[in-house]
Design a protein around this ligand. Structure first.
Ligand code: ATP
Ligand code: MG
Length: 183
């Protein structure tokens, strides 16, 4: 699944709308300390359905909303759009008639998140499942946080096994089995 564009609006330090084109191959993001490199990766994780504030380095989910500076007032919402190429038709049937998918997550202060895929409102679960089989997703082992390598080395065997299962692409099956057992 090829990501083609990431758009941020009011997300953490990205107060003004920022568009990043993502081309095939390697993309590097460079910049001084504190310029927002990690925030970009968190935006990617967040739009794919991350629900742990700790993974966003915050204490609550509203902490992803631009909090204001001396010269700019705080925003009341944050929105991230991830555009993916679906020309190989990997998306689930419900969204699989389009060449590109725009996945949007918007959070409004004190009112939680709303997700849309190509304009249609969907559940967080739909977005999480869209990415769960594509070796991407909010919990993908492909997203490596700062400091995560040293955590991995000292991880307990069970936690390490979960990471290996995700890397092997079978965690989507577990999520679906869990869903089936709840029904
Ligand atoms: P390093 O090279 O040190 O890893 P980085 O480029 O990864 O730095 P980030 O951690 O992405 O930098 O960005 C940190 C900046 O984002 C800080 O200046 C912090 O104040 C700002 N920031 C984080 N959350 C918010 C928010 N909700 N509102 C405004 N600014 C925020
Ligand atoms: Mg960083």
């Amino acid at each position: 699944m090829q990501f083609t564009r990431l758009r941020l609006n009011g997300f953490k330090s990205f107060v003004d709308q920022t568009d990043l084109s993502i081309h095939p191959g390697l993309t590097g993001v460079v910049g001084p300390n504190g310029c927002g490199k990690s925030n970009l990766l968190e935006a990617l994780r967040w739009v794919m359905g991350e629900n742990r504030a700790s993974a966003m380095r915050g204490s609550g989910m509203d902490d992803v909303i631009f909090a204001g500076t001396d010269s700019r007032s705080a925003r009341h919402y944050a929105e991230v759009t991830l555009q993916v190429d679906n020309s190989n038709r990997l998306a689930p049937a419900a969204f699989n008639d389009a060449d590109t998918l725009d996945i949007v997550r918007r959070i409004t202060r004190d009112a939680g998140s709303v997700y849309r895929i190509n304009g249609k409102e969907v559940r967080a679960r739909d977005v999480q499942m869209l990415f769960a089989d594509a070796s991407t997703g909010a919990h993908s082992p492909a997203l490596v946080r700062q400091g995560q390598i040293s955590e991995l080395i000292s991880a307990k065997p069970k936690a390490r096994r979960r990471i290996l299962e995700e890397a092997a692409g079978i965690s989507g099956l577990y999520a679906r089995r869990h869903d089936a057992e709840l029904r």
